[in-house]
Write a protein that binds this ligand. Structure first.
Ligand code: GLU
Length: 444
């Protein structure tokens, strides 16, 4: 197989959500794993609802998840191409002018319903004479344009769903161009897929019927079509579809909430797949787990609580090299031992600042201090170079000397040293806090 070329084609009419991210990631990982290319295509033919802010926001969201497009195109800059292809289809007799108003079409559908017929367009416009068309035009009507479907069953081998068929005889000829001259999504998408040599169209299963129609358009225009894969969709925890317009789980809101990009990407890709949802450190590793043929056919539930848990696990396993530049950006430059000490206690990356503050002090001391015990402990605190063994050696002596053990031994020390009942392992914290500060906290 030649290197795959895929595209992610959002309309910039809102912020992308975790379900859109799933589509983007499945495309990106599928192509990159095979040395292919990923095109970001803005489906912005709807000039009214598409905005530059949304387009820029999508680029930021993808970049945040580590997706670097090899090419970016905008449909709004490609109308000349669509016009010329529309002319070609007209010349082939595959795109025909229709003059019915919405009300007229509605009446037709009602009549069909009364006769228990499916609401399929009756192709009356195909029978219009030139005089009748001229009369409509003279009335001021502008035509909309429908693609003349072959009434046959279109079949393809779907990368996710296996053998798929769409019976195009049961579909209305799709409107490709509205009466006001604007394009619906169907034609520009095919034209661009052909023009940019897309080899694999990977998108949500809500597009399966479109694919039946689009394969006919592909074959009419280029004699062949790309391969298709329709992945299962994400729903919210109660099973409702996610909506860009309603702003469900937008990538930007997850980012602002402090989620790790790899946690978001891992969940978006692994939920509803044959792999268990688990923290994955890098996109390449995630890519190796993508198997379109083994995605579940059922919708997959996106659960915020699951993302919270995965976010924490992602941080707990994060390598220092990954964390270091981000720690520095927070003004925390305390080396690898700091990261290894605190990462297991983070729910959000920003929590690292809490632990840096605990190490630096001053800490807020709370509750009653067991001064007698603390001064006994202080008296046997070792001096010299501290390492991760120091805590164990020290507390063994404290235990012998005071007869305390377990919580009675450790909790007063933890409280005195950190001001908190819970936190990173003290054997890791002690060398970070350092001898002088430890002495000070024990004697306060
Ligand atoms: N703009 C379309 C959408 O967001 C693209 C669908 C496709 O991938 O072809 O649904």
């Amino acid at each position: 197989m030649t290197n795959p070329i895929v595209r992610f084609a959002p309309s910039p009419t809102g912020r992308i959500h975790i379900g859109n991210a799933r589509t983007a990631l499945l495309n990106y990982l599928f192509a990159h794993r095979a040395g292919g290319q990923f095109i970001l295509r803005y489906d912005d033919t709807d000039i009214e609802r598409s905005t530059k802010e949304f387009a820029d926001g999508i680029a930021v969201d993808l970049d945040w998840m580590g997706i670097k497009p090899d090419l970016v195109i905008r449909q709004s800059e490609r109308f000349d191409l669509y016009h010329s292809v529309a002319d070609k289809l007209r010349a082939m007799g595959k795109l025909y002018a229709c003059y019915e108003t919405e009300e007229e079409l509605d009446r037709k559908r009602k009549r069909q319903a009364a006769r228990h017929l499916p609401p399929v367009y009756d192709r009356a416009a195909l029978k219009l004479t030139d005089e009748e068309k001229a009369a409509y035009e003279a009335e001021g009507r502008k035509p909309h344009w429908r693609f003349l479907l072959d009434h046959k069953t279109v079949a393809w081998h779907d990368l996710v769903r296996g053998e798929c068929t769409v019976d195009c005889a049961s579909l209305s000829d799709p409107v490709l161009i509205r009466a006001d001259g604007t394009y619906l999504y169907t034609l520009p998408s095919v034209v661009d897929d052909i023009d940019t040599k897309v080899t694999h169209v990977i998108r949500g299963e809500d597009h399966v019927t479109n694919t039946g129609v689009q394969i006919q358009i592909f074959e009419t225009l280029s004699g062949s079509s790309p391969l298709f894969g329709h992945h299962n969709l994400l729903t919210n925890a109660s099973g409702e579809g996610l909506s860009k317009r309603k702003g469900h789980f937008s990538i930007s809101s997850l980012r602002e909430d402090g989620m790790e990009p790899m946690a978001v990407a891992s969940l978006a890709v692994l939920v509803g797949s044959s792999e268990s949802v688990r923290p994955i450190a890098k996109l390449d590793e995630l890519g190796a787990l993508v198997d379109l043929a083994r995605l579940s056919r059922a919708p997959a539930k996106f659960d915020e609580a699951e993302l919270d848990g995965l976010n924490a696990k992602t941080l707990h396993a994060m390598a220092y090299e990954t964390a270091a530049p981000r720690l520095r950006a927070f003004g925390i430059d305390r080396g690898e031992n700091f990261w290894l000490a605190v990462r297991g206690n983070l729910e959000r990356f920003a929590d690292a600042a809490i632990w840096a503050k605990v190490i630096e002090g001053p800490i807020a001391q709370s509750g009653e201090r067991d001064r007698a015990f603390l001064s006994e402990a202080l008296a046997v605190l070792p001096s010299g170079a501290w390492d991760t063994e120091t805590w164990g050696a020290w507390t063994t002596v404290v235990k012998e000397k005071t007869g305390r053990k377990g919580k009675d031994l450790f909790m007063p020390l933890r409280l005195a040293l950190t001001g908190l009942e819970h936190g990173p392992e003290l054997k890791l914290m002690l060398p970070l806090i350092g001898e002088a500060e430890t002495r000070r906290r024990l004697s306060e």
